[in-house]
Design a protein around this ligand. Sequence first.
Ligand SMILES: N[C@@H](CCC(=O)N[C@@H](CS)C(=O)NCC(=O)O)C(=O)O
Length: 105
Amino acid sequence: MSDQTKPHILLYTMGHCPYCARAKALLRKKGVVDWDEYDLETAPEKRAEMIAKFGGVRTVPQIFIGDTHIGGSDNLYALDAAGGLGRLLEIAEPASRQSPSGSRA
Ligand SMILES: N[C@@H](CCC(=O)N[C@@H](CS)C(=O)NCC(=O)O)C(=O)O
């Protein structure tokens, strides 16, 4: 069962890509156990989708967390070093449980 309090994570990867392994290692270290992943070696049709979706980028990994396109492995590590990754990963409330803006008690 997916954890609806966590943001959806999508990775475009390739099997023998050290940057991909590095990015996934950091996600695991942060406690992430579940993500969707397209391996461009086994799903080559996803390459065009990735290039279109991410404005022409051609390297893997490409990482999407919730609505945010992080970029590649270096970008993920830089985000973590800046303290932004934990914040992004802990996105808590599903939309149905969020207070409408300005209506906080
Ligand atoms: N700075 C990038 C480097 C990523 C990179 O160079 N990935 C290689 C595979 S490990 C790649 O996609 N090369 C282009 C290609 O294979 O088409 C990152 O941190 O993600």
